[in-house]
Design a binder for this molecule. Structure first.
Ligand SMILES: Nc1ncnc2c1ncn2[C@@H]1O[C@H](COP(=O)(O)OP(=O)(O)OP(=O)(O)O)[C@@H](O)[C@H]1O
Length: 321
């Protein structure tokens, strides 16, 4: 478990992390999301003792990183894939780390095999591609068989096979009961990988909830209804106070209803004597939910349309939050 207790980091006037209190629990993948400059890397550096907090503390299973006697056996972290000396071999790099933490040398071969680098173990790190460097960083994180793992943008530079491999690895580490904390800007990847999400913006925690709850809170969750009597049903839905979205691309027999449950619309159609040809849920994507959550927190951005029509609805109006 990772515990953040009023964790704060200021760089001069800039507050990168403001009073973070949360627990990142074992046995699940916790995704860490936020716009550029939100404070994700700073938080991970504070957890792994690479930076000192201005206030508060970060604890690994109750102990600050700096007080761990063999840190690599307690916490594995992929923070910067280019961390190794370019003149060293992959094997040499990992052997050095193993020695300094009392990890048997045989473990180096094991992790190189796990990440698919066994055949290039003798090659200099400086010749590695971005994806190979990423795999080496993951090998380093796994080296001490730690209970707590942090991955900052782990799929950066990986091909689709590599992305899938990382997703499966991360999920299996969590299913073994480890604490797994992962940052990424790839929303679809997070939706497939994470169980729980922490979303931050401008150094503040915006959300600390299960992925399902975050998606359920999006105003983009909608119902698709098809009926031979669209005008009659539209009038009945509006009379009941529900929002029926006007979409130019909608089929003539199709209605999109926001902020209502399947049962509610089904019952209303039944009472009104309107036949239905379809009544289905159109779930929002994590990307849509995320865009709504962080709309006011983007620091380094340009005005851009939100994905898939997320800008054609009054934000939050029909949401459940
Ligand atoms: N060493 C530093 N000195 C001064 N300011 C810093 C330092 N490190 C980070 N910051 C500032 O703190 C804020 C948070 O940065 P951080 O790198 O943690 O964000 P991030 O969420 O990881 O961003 P990204 O998604 O772009 O990686 C930014 O405004 C950044 O400029």
């Amino acid at each position: 478990m990772i515990t953040l207790d009023r964790l704060t980091k200021r760089y001069g006037e800039k507050t990168a992390v403001s009073d973070f209190s949360l627990q990142i629990r074992p046995g699940r993948v916790t995704g860490f999301l936020g716009p550029n400059g939100a404070g994700k890397s700073t938080t991970m550096r504070l957890i792994t003792g690479l930076d000192t907090p201005t206030g508060g503390r970060a604890l690994i299973d109750g102990t600050p990183y700096a007080q761990l006697s063999h840190p690599l056996r307690e916490v594995g972290a992929l923070l910067d894939a280019r961390a190794g000396h370019p003149g060293r071999s992959a094997r040499g790099h990992l052997l050095g780390m193993a020695r300094s933490n009392g990890i048997p040398a045989g473990r180096v071969r094991e992790v190189l095999e796990t990440v698919g680098l066994a055949e290039v173990a003798g090659r200099r790190i400086g010749t590695f591609s971005l994806g190979m460097g990423q795999r080496l960083g993951i090998a380093a994180a796994l080296l001490g068989d730690p209970r707590v793992l942090l991955f900052d943008e782990p799929v950066n530079g990986l091909d689709p096979d590599g992305v899938r491999w990382v997703r499966e690895l991360i999920r299996s580490l969590a299913s073994e009961g480890r604490t797994v904390f992962v940052s990424s800007h790839l929303m679809s990847e997070m939706q497939d990988t994470a169980d729980h999400l922490v979303v931050i913006g401008r150094g503040r925690i915006l959300v600390d909830e299960p992925v399902e709850t975050v998606i359920a809170g999006s105003s983009r969750n909608a119902l698709r209804v098809r009926t031979p009597e669209p005008a009659l049903l539209r009038a009945e839905l509006r009379a009941a106070g529900l929002t029926v979205e006007e979409r130019p691309e909608a089929a003539p027999d199709e209605l999109i209803v926001l902020g209502a449950g399947l049962e509610e619309v089904g019952a209303l159609a039944f009472r009104s004597g309107v036949p239905l040809h379809e009544l289905s849920l159109r779930r929002a994507s994590l990307e849509q939910a995320y865009m709504e959550l962080t709309a006011g927190s983007v620091e380094y951005g340009v005005a851009a349309p939100a994905p898939d029509g997320a800008d054609d609805v009054v934000r939050g109006k029909a949401g459940t939050r």
